[in-house]
Design a protein around this ligand. Structure first.
Ligand code: DER
Length: 233
């Protein structure tokens, strides 16, 4: 099952990298739940002293409910490791993140860490970004700017940038930071210069952050449905 793959990847990442005293960035989504489960197990069994910095409301709740020590970027602005999921991983370990709408704090925490470890089921493994992930690149924007940013992307770049509408709330998804999200359906291609694309997007006034993680990933653990793990770094 997909869950079996996620769990296997998460457990191995925690077992390979976590040591006593670590300051750990905790990602968001469903795969990280397995990682926190294993981390809590190791902390208890090995009496580890670690501090955990969340990347979202969800991650903070996960840290607290698993009895782990909650920290923050004010207290720990340098992290030993950050662990998080991804929506898609290309051959250069560039990522699309933000399927869960948490990309801004996730990117700051990943940036603050000496090592950034990605855990994912192997359906996330692609040759190039956009090959499998079709819902678009998440772009977090200030509420006042969503139409300005949409218009600029669609006129000067390509594709369409659609406001992410909530499922169980009238109107758009509002992020943990009080912002909105545009999902940019770009033209998938093998040879896109994602560093340049990210720079163009970040230069648009009103853009807070994108779900493009370029050149940030230290290594990726892919879990397959039968529980086998592929590690790429
Ligand atoms: O939204 C996010 O950035 C999540 O980390 C996402 O990329 C991975 O979510 P999953 O572990 O539920 O697949």
């Amino acid at each position: 099952s997909v869950a079996k793959g996620k769990r296997a990847a998460a457990f191995k990442a925690i077992d390979d990298h976590i040591k006593d005293g670590d300051r750990i960035g905790i990602g968001s989504g469903s795969t990280i739940v397995f990682a926190v489960e294993r981390l809590a197990e190791r902390v208890k069994n090995e009496k580890l002293s670690v501090r955990c910095v969340p990347t979202s409301f969800q991650a903070k709740e996960l840290i607290i409910s698993n009895g782990l020590v909650l920290s923050n970027l004010e207290t720990d602005h340098v992290l030993d490791i950050a662990i998080d999921g991804a929506d898609e991983v290309d051959k250069d370990l560039n990522l699309i993140k933000g399927g869960g709408g948490c990309q801004t704090q996730e990117k700051i925490v990943a940036f603050a860490a000496k090592k950034f470890i990605v855990i994912a089921d192997d359906s996330k493994k692609s040759e190039y970004l956009g090959e499998k992930w079709k819902t678009g690149l998440p772009i977090e924007v200030l509420q006042i700017a969503h139409k300005v940013v949409k218009a600029k992307i669609e006129s000067s770049l390509e594709g369409t940038a659609d406001l992410r509408i909530a499922q169980k709330k009238a109107g758009p998804v509002v992020t943990d930071n009080g912002n909105l999200i545009l999902d940019w359906k770009f033209d998938a291609a093998r040879d896109k210069d994602w560093s340049q694309v990210n720079g163009l997007l970040k230069a648009i006034p009103g853009v807070v952050e994108t779900g493009l993680f370029v050149g940030m990933t230290s290594c990726v653990y892919f879990g397959s449905p039968n529980g086998e793990i592929l590690t790429i770094n």
